[in-house]
Design a protein around this ligand. Structure first.
Ligand SMILES: [Zn+2]
Ligand SMILES: [Zn+2]
Length: 246
């Protein structure tokens, strides 16, 4: 098996690149295309993938016995000593240390489809590491992770946020400009709203299949920490008026 691989110089596929991609709630809802910096290994320009530039001898890798991979738990992993080739070189190429490939930073444009959920995987075929044996490149695989958002919280497909209004606004009613993942939405607040009331904006949440989530905004009162003389006079007047009414 090993002799066959070694002598026929089989073309091995390049390895896959696995990366975690942090996305915002808005990106998962609406989709986005963005550049992502990756480190991709491509053919070493010095040895052209031969792994040595001298007439150094190749010998069977002692770590994997020439198989290029090792059994780890129940799966196989690439052998690190011979870079998965099954053989080691006595005089490794100085540019790539005998791997035949060197890493370089590149920018890849990634399209995040709308409605993507946390944990989904995006696979970009043939955008992984190149192969030193003329095989096809591996894939570039992104695992999507949701950025922790200070503005929004996610509950299923609903988005939760908070908004603060003044006591006077609560009494008289007001129009709120609520930030949602789909942009700013105006919401009318009726006079006399209670502290902690949750206002639902239908259809402004995330989408899963045919179901569209909502945006829920909790309206909280801002108690003034200090008052100007004018505000103090107005509140005093309100207290006096209240006593007259009762
Ligand atoms: Zn090299
Ligand atoms: Zn090995």
């Amino acid at each position: 098996m090993w002799m066959h691989d070694f002598q026929s110089k089989v073309q091995r596929k390049g390895r896959d690149i696995h990366m975690v991609l942090s996305v915002s709630l808005a990106e998962t809802a609406k989709g986005n295309t963005k550049p992502v910096k990756i480190t991709r290994k491509s053919l070493c320009s010095l040895c052209k993938g031969a792994r040595t530039i001298s007439q150094g001898r190749m010998s069977r890798c002692s770590s994997c016995q020439g198989y290029g991979r090792l059994r780890y738990k129940r799966a196989f992993v690439g052998c690190e000593q011979c870079f998965g080739s099954g053989s080691t070189v006595t005089k490794p190429c100085p540019a790539c240390q005998g791997e035949g490939l060197v890493g370089g930073e590149e920018v890849e444009t990634v399209h995040i489809p709308a409605g993507t959920m946390e944990g989904s995987k995006l696979r970009l075929k043939h955008k992984g590491h190149h192969s030193s044996t003329n095989g096809e490149p591996g894939d570039l695989i992104f695992s999507l992770k949701l950025k922790s958002d200070t503005l929004f919280k996610r509950v299923g497909i609903d988005i939760i946020s908070k908004v603060h209004i003044s006591v006077a606004e609560a009494v008289l009613g007001t129009t709120l400009e609520v930030d949602t993942i789909h942009g700013v939405k105006e919401v009318a607040v009726n006079p006399g709203i209670l502290h902690g009331t949750r206002v639902r904006i239908r259809g402004f949440g995330l989408r899963k299949g045919n179901i569209q989530g909502d945006h829920c905004v909790t309206v909280l009162f801002c108690m003034p920490k200090s008052l100007t003389q004018e505000e103090h006079d107005l509140y005093s007047r309100l207290v006096t008026l209240g006593k007259k009414r009762s």
